[in-house]
Design a protein around this ligand. Structure first.
Ligand code: P6P
Length: 560
């Protein structure tokens, strides 16, 4: 597939940018077109059967506060067609090996295929084969219900009420984000810890107040070779055996979530206590798999199933909807539009929802480990910018942190705001929810309309030299996502998959492989070499003066 710049639509978009795009003023666009909101808003519907608020099952995606005209949309859709987005999408759902550098299918949609689609890789039905998706889901259901009911007990016969998930990257970020986002549905007698960092503090803090008799360890690692995870797991195992005077039964307190049975067995976990998945599940796409066991344990399998069902509904939408109405495709095309035609370097996701406080962190791996790539499918460097820097914090906190830059800085920062119309916590007669919603609406309006010098002066009491400091240029684009009811399991599943397929669309247009992650290897290899040198004399070998000097200083200061 040729580079994105070779498509005729790319050149047409450049002309469009240099004419319409250059002088586009959002507030004028609204003034001249009363239908603008309805033209550029799309609505996604969840079935009542899985929605958290049957009847309020819509998620509204308002793209109208973006640099978009009908012509822009036509040209972006044309670019998607010429870049073969639909062909690549269909190849993914067909189980083709679109992860071409690792020769793997990209099949995480199978993990949430609650709709009975036939899904095969290399001619094998991945849903119903031995050890396949449905068998693992059933194992997760049985196990999570046994633990939650107390039927599965610790070695002294007590119910397991502390869950310690040991994993990193996709084996941590998804479980953390989802269990936080669904805390409202979580078991009140369950304590969760997520240990990921090799920093000893992480495992030490998790173990400090844990009781080995009532603790269940989930060792979450697709490869089961990740240094942080295997080290933390061994430290946990050592702690458990020491604390129980070697009477603790590993089989009752340790399970593994992995593709690597050999390494799991070597660690000392019985295969019967392993929840498996396949290599066609990428780490950042794995929360739907056995990696999501902590979610099923915490919120219960029925809610985990609704989580999968909401995700599946967005898969259906992505798979079946024409490009111009396709919500994740529109999100991805807007990202390309801002990245490659407005030189935007970042993408802000700011949920107006405290339960979603880890959502931006989750999306950072999803987006930047997928599209932080330079090389295109034919092995040549892209002639254009690719993956944006995704960042974010929940609002309204972010307003008191970096919104100064958003409103009066020199950078264009395409922004997504997310709000659930209904709060899980309607305290003070819903006053908090009304204030949250008013900020959600005000921020996107303020970013668009700004405030002119005349408006500043008209407010009075502002000295002439202060006026320019109080001007807001405005015309800063935002997408507003409004969930009709609560953000429950299904709504969360749909929102995650919106961003998965937005990311897919970006990568398909940029002609990069969004599904490998070679970029994480070099640092790991160098760290292994330096780890050995810390225990040897001197400042290591073959390092630059800075690294060698720092190594020497570390040894001196730490006395290690
Ligand atoms: O699940 P595992 O195999 O331990 O990998 C953990 C994480 O490490 C990576 O950086 C790959 O090495 C992420 O892609 C992945 O989610």
């Amino acid at each position: 597939m040729p580079q994105a710049t070779s498509h005729p639509a790319w050149a047409e978009l450049q002309v469009h940018r240099d004419s319409v795009g250059k002088s586009f003023v959002l507030k004028e666009a609204f003034a001249s077109d009363p239908e603008r909101f309805s033209k550029f808003t799309r609505t996604f519907k969840l079935p009542d059967a899985v929605s958290s608020c049957p009847g309020d099952t819509e998620i509204l995606f308002d793209y109208s506060k973006n640099f978009l005209t009908e012509e822009t949309l036509d040209l972006l859709v044309k670019l998607a067609e010429q870049a073969g987005v639909e062909k690549k999408r269909d190849a993914m759902f067909a189980g083709e090996k679109i992860n071409f550098t690792e020769q793997r299918a990209v099949y995480h949609a199978a993990l949430r295929n609650v709709g009975g689609w036939e899904m095969k890789v290399d001619g094998v039905d991945v849903m119903n084969t031995k050890g396949g998706v449905n068998e693992v889901l059933e194992h997760m259901r049985v196990f999570s219900e046994q633990v939650r009911s107390g039927e599965w007990k610790g070695y002294t016969g007590k119910k397991l009420t502390t869950i310690i998930n040991i994993g990193i990257g996709g084996s941590d970020l998804g479980p953390v984000m989802v269990t936080e986002a669904l805390k409202h549905y979580g078991a009140k007698d369950m304590t969760l810890h997520f240990v990921s960092n090799i920093d000893g503090t992480h495992i030490a803090e998790a173990l400090a107040n844990s009781d080995p008799e009532t603790t269940l360890f989930l060792i979450a690692s697709k490869t089961f070779t990740t240094a942080e995870t295997t080290t933390n797991a061994n430290t946990a195992k050592k702690w458990f055996l020491e604390k129980t005077d070697n009477k603790g039964d590993i089989a009752k307190h340790f399970v593994a979530l992995s593709t690597n049975e050999a390494e799991v067995t070597k660690f000392g976990i019985d295969a019967a206590n392993m929840f498996g998945f396949e290599s066609w599940v990428g780490g950042r796409y794995s929360v739907w798999s056995a990696i999501g066991l902590s979610v099923a344990l915490y919120v219960g399998y029925d809610n985990f199933r609704k989580f999968l069902a909401g995700a599946h509904e967005m898969d259906k939408h992505f798979r079946e909807t024409p490009l111009r109405e396709n919500i994740p495709v529109l999100g991805g095309l807007l990202s390309v539009w801002y990245s490659d035609f407005f030189n935007a370097q970042t993408h802000l996701v700011a949920p107006f929802d405290q339960y979603l406080h880890r959502f931006p962190a989750y999306l950072q791996q999803l987006s930047m480990e997928s599209n932080g790539k330079t090389i295109t499918s034919d092995g040549t460097p892209a002639k254009y910018t690719t993956g944006p820097i995704l960042f974010g914090e929940p609002c309204t906190n972010a307003q008191h942190s970096f919104f100064q830059l958003l409103h009066q800085g020199t950078k264009l920062i395409p922004t997504d705001f997310i709000l659930a119309a209904k709060s899980h916590n309607p305290v003070s007669n819903n006053l908090h929810q009304k204030m949250l919603a008013s900020n959600y609406l005000a921020q996107s309006e303020a970013l668009m309309v700004g405030k002119t010098a005349d408006q500043v002066r008209a407010e009075g009491g502002v000295s002439d030299d202060l006026v320019p400091h109080k001007v807001f240029l405005g015309n800063r684009p935002t997408t507003s996502i409004l969930v009709g009811g609560h953000i429950g399991p299904a709504e969360l599943g749909a929102l995650i998959v919106y961003y998965e397929h937005l990311t897919f669309t970006e990568g398909a247009v940029w002609d990069i492989n969004s599904f490998d992650q070679w970029g994480v290897e070099l640092g790991k290899v160098l760290a292994k070499k330096i780890l050995k040198e810390i225990d040897e004399e001197g400042n290591g070998s073959g390092h630059d003066a800075s690294t060698g000097g720092l190594l020497g200083a570390f040894k001196k200061y730490s006395n290690l």
